[in-house]
Design a protein around this ligand. Sequence first.
Ligand code: AMP
Length: 407
Amino acid sequence: MTTANHTNQHVLVINCGSSSLKYQLLNADHTTEALASGLIERIGQAQSTLTHRHGSHKRRIEQAIPDHAAALDAMQAAFVETATPLSETNLVAVAHRVVHGGEKFVAPVLVTDEVEKTIASLIPLAPLHNPANLQGIRTARNIFDNLPQVAVFDTAFHSTMPEHARTYAVPRQWREQYGVRRYGFHGTSHSYVSREAARILGRDVADCNVIVAHLGNGASISAVQGGRCIDTSMGMTPLEGLIMGTRCGDIDPALIFYLHRQTGASFEELDQTLNQKSGMAALAGESDMRAVEAAADHGDADSQMALEAYAYRIRKYIGAYTAALGRVDAVVFTAGIGENSPGVRARVLDGLSGLGIEIDQEANHTPGTTVISTAVSSTKVLVIATNEESEIAQQAVALVRHMPDAD
Ligand code: AMP
């Protein structure tokens, strides 16, 4: 195996959750090519599972995986068992998804002790995510101590938002001392999909304005002008904006104080309710969009209203972002719901012909179709599969190859 030949180089992308670890081994030059991928779930519980895919091989292992160090060991063992030990795959970097980069990280960085400390200092802004991301980084640095480790932040793509879009009208001290502002999330997805949209439209990224609706379990929408994000729906945390599987999205913040006073619920409880028991779960009794659509089809009135509320919120943002962008070349749907639900796409775009957006129902209902707008629609409507791992890998590779001692 040669090391100087770029075509044989790989990058390992790691996405650590509190009790899970996702990984992908990607070609460093063609980052849409995943050589292997895996998911480890229920870390720290009695029965953890590891699912490893390599080509057509799939392995599922059930064993106790007490912590993230054991998870990375199990991942390495899975690579050995499928005859592709990581030590022989010519890795150029290990790339880590980190949810919150705060004001400090506006681009990927090479992880150092100092970077670890800064990510740790951002834990109050992302108490559910950054500790797990950090855990993955610390463990991987021990295991792959001869490799560059790169942190790629969910917030970074949105750092180009102008001040008037990212600022909350709250006291200066909150903004300056506590980092209270809008950051935005799902940045790697919005970055990847907006660039793909320009490519599909045959336009230069710098000359292309798109609205990207990332509709997964978590959901956010962004306005991207010439490749730069100018606004996005998630805010200081991933709670703001669209209605999501279990998150409420935009609300009047005063309802928190009202409910605290009326019910005696603690701020912890209210935080948990708004993040984990709201959204579609609260409106329709199901957070999974497939289940909500099925119930609505069977006449369930709550599910029908939930779908209308869900679509209306997105439609409002499309209107707002059309105003922010001035000219919109494409509205793009991505992530689990955006890529797979023609019903949601149709509801969202219903009645937007005044904005020059017209959906082609046949194309919309034909799986695998990329352009789903009519020929006369002045704003194109696209369906693009997101690939956050590819984007993370690409950003990490670009960084390590520009390091002073890179070959
Ligand atoms: P993600 O977070 O991107 O994995 O997206 C998860 C969401 O996508 C869940 O709400 C799923 O119900 C939804 N989803 C996946 N496939 C479909 C489908 N065929 N129709 C509607 N929703 C879907």
